[in-house]
Design a protein around this ligand. Structure first.
Ligand code: NAP
Length: 258
């Protein structure tokens, strides 16, 4: 039960943060893992780190998810290397800040291009392989921000993360008859390179807001992704699951334990 040993997996944004955590969990479980991102240096270092941690093959594919042909090329490369694509983790995403009052067209487009179009392009590029797999899996990294909560300067980001869930629900219906499930993970605050850039005050404030009193780890997200990727999870589709240490639960700060 619960084996990923014969599964071929793509993780976009797999060089850092949550994506690297997801790729590591799959690699340790023995899957063939393709890590996709833009920086070839960071791909090389992630591939070197994960090679040999499990029995599967680890490859890197330079990809810009905001570009449809780059995603198509990614899928072709992985299919050639592994002979199948069973699982796609559409995880690559960006979260630059911009206030509602000053946000430019360019800032809005950049976030929507990477987070929304990038998710759609990634899934579209892999859809025929996922269908052939017979137990294809799409796992989208959304967020609690947008679908459940809000945070100043992230209105464009929140919109992009909620849009991913709208995409997920219809994609889940369209692909269900082919045995492909489409689900999303909504991480709370996870200690990643991207989050560290938000600064110590942000991290301290977030830690106080989490009932479990700790930020998540990339592996916390990877463990749910791994379960959703199994054949045993084949009857779960179109769902968004928060992994957040209880962050969305308190009605007010007074509801938090001291
Ligand atoms: P991160 O540490 O900044 O890593 C982002 C990853 O995405 C990197 O591998 C980056 O590599 C890649 N990437 C960025 N733009 C790309 C593009 N156009 N094409 C391909 N790859 C691209 O970010 P993270 O914190 O792990 O976040 C990953 C995902 O989790 C995002 O979707 C984010 O919205 C979501 N999330 C994060 C948190 C959190 O607390 N950290 C919470 C909720 C949701 P390159 O720059 O080399 O391309």
């Amino acid at each position: 039960m619960f084996s990923l040993a014969d599964r071929s997996v793509i993780v976009t944004g797999g060089t850092k943060g949550i994506g690297r955590g997801i790729a590591g969990v799959f690699a340790r479980a023995g899957a063939d893992v393709a890590i996709a991102a833009r920086s070839s240096d960071e791909i090389d270092s992630a591939v070197a780190e994960l090679s040999g941690v499990g029995d599967g093959r680890i490859i890197g594919v330079v990809t810009d998810v905001s570009n449809r042909s780059s995603c198509d090329e990614m899928a072709r490369t992985v299919l050639e290397a592994f002979g199948a694509i069973d699982v796609v983790c559409a995880n690559a995403g960006i979260f630059p800040e911009a206030s509602l009052e000053t946000m430019t067209d360019a800032q809005l487009s950049q976030v929507l291009d990477v987070n929304v179009k990038g998710t759609v392009f990634t899934v579209q590029a892999c859809v025929s392989s996922l269908t052939e797999s017979g137990s294809g899996r799409v796992i989208i990294t959304s967020s609690i921000t947008g679908p459940i909560t809000g945070f100043p300067n992230w209105s464009h980001y929140g919109a992009s993360k909620a849009a991913q869930l709208g995409f997920m629900r219809t994609a889940a219906i369209e692909l269900a008859a082919q045995g492909v499930t489409v689900n999303a993970i909504m991480p709370g605050n996870v200690l990643t390179e991207g989050l560290v850039e938000m600064g110590e005050d942000y991290i301290a404030g977030m830690t106080r807001a989490i009932p479990m009193k700790a930020l998540g780890t990339p592996e916390d997200i990877g463990h749910l992704a791994a379960f959703l990727a199994t054949r045993e999870a084949g009857y779960i589709t179109g769902q968004a699951i928060a992994v957040d240490g209880g962050q969305v639960l308190p009605e007010s700060p007074d509801a938090l334990p001291a």
